[in-house]
Design a protein around this ligand. Structure first.
Ligand SMILES: Cc1cc2nc3c(=O)[nH]c(=O)nc-3n(C[C@H](O)[C@H](O)[C@H](O)COP(=O)(O)O)c2cc1C
Length: 193
């Protein structure tokens, strides 16, 4: 049976300056298979969608009406997990490596980490159907940029991917009809080629 992974506390001080990370940020399409140490994984996930200040009310990324409807699915070689920011834990979800299920582009297949941003659209109320989709994708965009900057600051490489087999991936992840796959963020170390 697959166990939860307790992450080390994220490092919230020091590191690369914001300006340097902005200067270096880019999308990379060459990955090695080398896996991320848990500390680095914790730092990246926290930057993407952890809790910031305000006693657990606010996140490192904004969300429309502060609905915080996004869930990060963490696809690792050892299995598929859900990032639980408050507990700083990866909750075991599916005992299967689903990284390939998130890829159509070959370059992404070697990467050791795929972060799938899944929006629970049922939590986005008071909007038209188009407004719901707009909110979900805008919310994902903020998380994605945080992940870009955090990955850069950790010496990693990354790319946001919308070109993803979304329906198949949602099915593999066990998503309900109101949960939509928005973006996938590929993260890892730079490849050889
Ligand atoms: C919403 C969004 C979706 C993207 N989808 C893909 C994708 O499916 N595949 C890919 O290789 N790059 C994808 N990218 C990366 C863009 O191609 C990249 O950001 C752009 O070429 C600019 O390069 P830069 O990120 O290095 O500045 C996506 C970027 C964004 C913001």
């Amino acid at each position: 049976m697959m166990n939860d992974i307790i992450l080390p506390a994220p490092q919230k001080e020091g590191g690369m300056s914001l300006r340097e990370a902005l200067l270096k940020r880019c999308s990379t399409r060459s990955y090695s298979r080398r896996e991320l140490p848990l500390q680095v994984l914790s730092n990246v996930l926290w930057a993407g969608w952890g809790f910031s200040h305000a006693g657990g009310k606010l996140r490192t990324a904004p969300s429309s009406h502060n609905r915080q409807e996004m869930t990060l699915y963490v696809l690792l070689p050892c299995g598929t997990f859900i990032y639980e920011a408050a507990e700083n834990r990866l909750r075991a979800h599916i005992e299967k490596d689903l990284r390939m299920n998130s890829c159509v582009q070959e370059y992404a297949m070697k990467a050791p980490l795929q972060i799938v941003m899944v929006s629970e659209t049922a939590k986005i109320t008071g909007k038209t159907p188009q407004g719901v989709i707009e909110s979900a994708y805008a919310n994902a965009g903020y998380i994605s940029e945080n992940l870009y900057l955090a990955a850069t600051a950790e010496g990693l490489v990354t790319v946001a991917r919308a070109m993803v087999p979304k329906a198949e991936l949602a099915a593999a992840l066990g998503c309900t009809p109101t949960q939509i796959v928005t973006l996938v963020q590929t993260v890892g170390y730079i490849g050889e080629e």
